[in-house]
Design a protein around this ligand. Structure first.
Ligand code: NAI
Length: 250
């Protein structure tokens, strides 16, 4: 799938895991901010096609590509195609992620590796691919989607929390490496957000988390997207290496 009309002067945003949830909300929000959007997804062709249509309705060019972020070559290719068809990538947002929640004692090796490969290696592959062209142009903004689990830990999520803590460390370190080239790197750490990912949680677990928030409720994908859009934009021009919780005051 790919968008039409070449030659637009809108800045380009690349989003991993754009077809659903937080990534989808980020795509729509960045389109509102005037970006053309290149997003990848893993499986749901129909959801990706629907989003392409919604983005076009907002006046954005949209490129949807089925890319497994664990595949370094496929990510590289997606970044190359985006720059070739749409132009320089100004913003990259890494939202692709999965959970395989289980106590460590019950965890299989594949539960561990699937989560770390997707969540952490996936972010590495996107950053590795976008950072060189951004450095050459001396500008760009990367926003990674971590999690409060990566900040505080969470029982049943050793694999997920480790991957998200890794994303936080990667983001802070990369910010230090590329800041002088005009590239900012920041992370958001969402709490419990209403998406397909959190829909599988027991109501009891959701209530326990909600009770621990100052705002007494779960969050919306659009509320995370708003913060991502801020960090991605020139409004956050002196913000880099930051990890911003979007957790209702957990
Ligand atoms: P979701 O399950 O609704 O969407 C996940 C997206 O990632 C989908 O578009 C899917 O196609 C994509 N994806 C998954 N594996 C992929 C792969 N190997 N290659 C390419 N794309 C892949 O999840 P949600 O809730 O929108 O999560 C987005 C991000 O936010 C994730 O990184 C998640 O860990 C993080 N997050 C979510 C929270 C929540 O409560 N929903 C809380 C904290 C962080």
């Amino acid at each position: 799938m790919s968008g039409s009309a070449q030659g637009s002067s809108r800045p380009v945003a690349l989003i991993s895991g754009g077809s659903r949830g937080i990534g989808r909300a980020v795509a729509l929000r960045l389109a509102e901010d005037g970006h053309d959007i290149s997003f990848c997804f893993r499986g749901d062709e129909q959801a990706a096609a629907n989003l392409e249509k919604e983005l076009a309705e907002r006046g954005a060019r949209a490129l949807a590509r089925r890319v497994d972020v664990t595949d370094a070559a496929a990510v590289r290719d997606w970044v190359d195609v985006t720059e070739r068809d749409f132009g320089p990538i100004a913003v990259a947002v890494t939202s692709a992620g999965i959970t395989r929640d289980k106590p460590l004692l019950m965890m299989s090796d594949s539960d561990w590796h699937d989560v770390v490969d997707t969540n952490l290696d996936g972010v590495y592959h996107v950053c590795r691919s976008v950072v060189f062209p951004m450095m050459k142009r001396r500008g760009g903004s990367i926003v990674t989607v971590a999690s409060v689990s990566g900040l505080y830990g969470n029982a049943g999520q050793t694999n997920y929390a480790a991957s998200k803590a890794g994303i936080i460390a990667l983001s802070r370190s990369l910010a230090k490496e590329v800041g002088r080239r005009g590239i900012r790197v920041n992370a958001v750490a969402p709490g419990l957000i209403d998406t397909d990912m959190s829909a599988v949680l027991d109501d009891q677990v959701k209530e326990q988390v909600t009770e621990r928030t100052a705002l007494g409720r779960t969050g919306l994908a659009a509320e995370v997207a708003e913060v991502v859009a801020f960090l991605a934009s020139a409004r956050a021009s002196y913000v880099t290496g930051a990890v911003l919780p979007v957790d209702g005051g957990l």
